[in-house]
Design a protein around this ligand. Structure first.
Ligand SMILES: *Cc1c(COP(=O)(O)O)cnc(C)c1O
Length: 222
């Protein structure tokens, strides 16, 4: 796979050049990651804790590791010492666990709240009501080993571009709405992680600040 060429082409196509490209390397070998690293990429995303930890041990230390998949509470401790950003925080219980593990090692861990924007049933994430309930909880302000930097969402897996666009637009609107509210000091909602290989340009048009791109760089996964 011409990883370097794919990266150059993708970067060139960006509507928002300051949007962060997170290279998604799940199932791909460390040699592929090294190749993207040599082409200048420093942000890599994985969706499984074990795979992320194994790869991290074999690759340059200045890589910023993004956990993009569903995260089980009992696995937070393995990522806590080094993870750069956890994109998929989909419950208040998970956020509390991340805070607890951060506290243990005296590290503030950056997170995004995953919001359920897709029509599909299967995707994880908060809905608006659950988010509001969490924001109303008095205990939230005591979580001082997390930094909530924004929201993450995954659109419906469909050819219907209008639906995808509407879902992304909804996520941006929600973030604007949350930013009108009084939020805890640990919340600084600036980032919107949305967009993958098939829809990153639509996502950028709708205000994405981070795109998570795998197959368009590294080829399809088995
Ligand atoms: C796999 C994955 C991606 C990348 O998907 P591609 O279509 O290969 O670009 C992005 N986000 C999440 C959460 C993923 O699991």
């Amino acid at each position: 796979m011409p990883i370097k060429e794919n990266l150059a082409q993708i970067k060139k196509s960006f509507i928002n050049p300051s949007c962060l490209l997170v290279a998604v390397t799940k199932t791909k070998p460390t040699t592929d990651i090294q190749e993207a690293y040599d082409a200048g990429i420093r942000d890599f995303g994985e969706n499984k804790v074990q795979e992320l930890v194994d790869k991290q041990a074999h690759l340059p230390e200045d890589i910023r590791w993004h956990m993009i998949g569903h995260l089980q509470r009992n696995k937070v401790k393995f990522l806590a010492p080094f993870v750069y950003l956890i994109h998929g925080v989909d419950s208040y219980r998970l956020l509390k666990e991340i805070n607890k593990q951060g506290e243990k090692i005296d590290r503030v861990i950056s997170c995004l709240l995953q919001v359920h924007i897709a029509k599909e049933e299967s995707k994880f994430g908060f809905d608006e009501q659950e988010l509001k309930e969490m924001l109303d909880d008095e205990f939230l302000v005591q979580l001082n080993h997390i930094k909530v930097k924004g929201l993450m969402g995954m659109a419906t897996f469909t050819e219907n571009k209008d639906l995808v666009r509407a879902e992304f637009k909804g996520l941006k609107t929600l973030m604007d709405k949350l930013n009108q509210m009084v939020l805890p000091e640990t919340f600084e909602l600036k980032e919107i992680s949305m967009g993958m290989s098939g829809d990153y340009l639509i996502a950028q048009e709708e205000g994405s600040t981070m795109v998570r791109i795998g197959s368009a760089i590294f080829g399809s996964r088995n």
